[in-house]
Design a protein around this ligand. Structure first.
Ligand code: ZN
Length: 361
């Protein structure tokens, strides 16, 4: 999994590879079509007459049939279905270019030293939708991203800023949590939401902030699984009870004691991570639809509603206390901080598998 490649290394790879060779190496039959120009049948859409054009002087390609175009990295992203950094890493490996791999660590270290100076900002107020609820202070993460990921109040990404503000999250607070906006590559137009363990970045998801169709809502680094990490775990573990939500924004909205497991399919690894972090009391607050069976989950071989499965797993794991809140009227992000606190207040204690089962009869 590639988390970071310096700009210098990206340029090194770009100038070391030849687009035409890369295309031919992947079986794209390119025929000469003038000086520095080639044409081929497009590898991205079925066609018999070539409309895929290659300019070797500019090192760019463009298909007049389906509109796909860009540089060599863009080609690999599309062709292999990988993210920008993976595309760079793949090409580097193919061409025996070694990338400086301490780069990302360096960024994290640098930003940790910066943290001391930002003590003031750690007193920022947690936002709540619809009028100032959810008022806990956050002791936030601070992390550095590659330089094309920028703090989300950066004026170069007004659309992402707008997205955050429309949802009631001041961009400055999100940035302080380590959330960044991305300016280019596959992740452009996305909010990058980080997960930390022992102060290190272990996972992130990039959420589309532009409401685009035909792009995935979330992108993650290839080879990394969200089932192996829990968002906001280290901070939440310092509270009496950890609130388990599905999504990032639900957790952020609920408060600093809330974690996110990314989906309602709570994994054994996530349970063990919570125990290792010292969590002893939990309250499950998955979205209302987690109580019902969903066809896609049946397809994956689940016999019971995801909520039942998650609760059973928690009860079996020997937490001191397991509670469950039955949300209605939306997910925590829709409900807002103070309504969530009411649901959490009314949450039901469950202590055995039998009790769990009766909730689903
Ligand atoms: Zn095409």
């Amino acid at each position: 999994m590639t988390l970071y490649i310096s700009d210098a290394d990206i340029e090194l790879v770009r100038h070391s590879v030849d687009l035409l060779q890369v295309l031919q190496g992947r079986g794209v039959q390119c025929k000469s079509n003038g000086k520095y120009r080639y044409k081929a049948c497009c590898p991205f859409h079925g066609e018999k007459t070539p409309s895929f054009m290659v300019d070797t002087a500019k090192q760019k390609f463009y298909c007049f049939g389906c509109g796909v175009g860009g540089d060599v990295f863009r080609f690999i992203e599309q062709y292999e279905g990988v993210g920008f950094l993976e595309a760079v890493a793949d090409l580097a490996e193919e061409n025996n270019i070694s990338l400086e791999d301490e780069g990302f660590e360096k960024y994290v270290l640098l930003s940790l030293t910066r943290k001391a100076r930002q003590e003031e900002e750690s007193k920022m107020v947690f936002p709540g939708k619809g009028g100032g609820d959810g008022d806990s202070n956050l002791v936030a993460h601070e992390v550095g991203w590659p330089d094309y990921c920028v703090p989300i109040w950066d004026e170069r990404i007004p659309s992402i800023n707008k997205y955050a503000e429309a949802r009631g999250f001041p961009p400055k607070l999100l940035s302080y949590l380590g959330v960044a906006g991305c300016l280019r590559g596959t992740y452009a137009g996305r909010l990058i939401l980080p997960v930390f363990r022992d102060g290190k970045l272990v996972f992130w998801q990039a959420r589309d902030a532009l409401g685009r169709e035909n792009v995935g809502k979330y992108l993650s680094p290839r080879g990394a699984s969200s089932g192996n990490c829990v968002f906001n775990l280290e901070r939440s573990a310092t509270y009496d009870e950890t609130i388990i939500c599905e999504g990032w924004f639900s957790a952020l909205r609920t408060g600093p004691d809330a974690v996110a497991t990314f989906t309602c399919n709570l994994t054994e690894t996530q349970v063990q991570l919570m125990k290792l972090a010292g969590v002893t009391r939990v309250c499950l607050c998955y979205d209302p639809d987690a109580w019902a069976l969903k066809p896609h989950q049946l397809d994956r071989g689940f016999k019971e509603p995801p909520m039942q499965r998650a609760l059973t797993r928690l009860v079996k794991s020997g937490f001191e206390s397991v509670r469950v809140a039955r949300l209605a009227g939306g997910d925590p992000d829709d409900l807002g901080g103070s309504t969530m606190r009411e649901f959490i207040g009314d949450a039901k204690q469950v202590s055995s598998e039998i009790e769990v089962a009766t909730l689903f009869l």
